[in-house]
Design a binder for this molecule. Sequence first.
Ligand SMILES: N[C@@H](CCC(=O)N[C@@H](CS)C(=O)NCC(=O)O)C(=O)O
Length: 227
Amino acid sequence: MFPRMQRFTLYSGPLSMFGAKAQIAALEKGLDFELVMVPFDFDKLYTPKHPEVLRVNPKQQVPVLVDGDLAIFDSTQIFEYLEDLRPQPPLWPADVRERARARLLELQSDEVYFPHVVRLMGLQSQLQEAPARAAIEAAQAFCGRMESLLEGRDWLAGDFGFPDIAFYMASLFGERLGAPFTEEMPRLLAWRARMTRRPAVARVAGAMARYLASVGRPVPAFLRGLP
Ligand SMILES: N[C@@H](CCC(=O)N[C@@H](CS)C(=O)NCC(=O)O)C(=O)O
């Protein structure tokens, strides 16, 4: 494989779980790229919007990837581009049916599991009340299904890949916001430790942990001590 002459630019945010997905995948592929962190803070959130985000994404969200005259958005679309751009190491399974299962799992992590976590964002002062309890129960029920999937294997869909990256990031936010893995999830706890040991994951999750600490927010225990 020839080295690429051109570097792409990835726009993410210091606390963007979707941006972190794309960044981890690019690092796992060994790609050289520029990372731009768009403005974000807990008061103003993602305003003002970065001009490149406004130009590229009608949804005005990160992540956005710009590679020469190609500009795309959405973490899952970016996964697909990265897999085509740099097929090795593959992050989707080779088998067609396994690949379909892996894609569905990645989608479920973003669109079935993560919405429960998003609901908790607005309920942080009422975690003991019924709406938060319901979101926590639903998130942990999903985790229970991932726990079953890990029976007899190290990764969620065959070899390490995109579903692992997606669920690691989504569940990191679950942990932060009140829906943690529990002692009844020993395989998930071991999987998360395996994930955190991967250099690409440690780099991105470590930067997120440092950002949280820098703004005085709690850092999940499993991220403490990352370089
Ligand atoms: N489905 C999108 C979701 C992207 C998304 O929700 N991005 C958030 C940050 S994690 C964002 O930019 N939010 C700002 C906004 O919606 O105004 C993806 O996978 O990239």
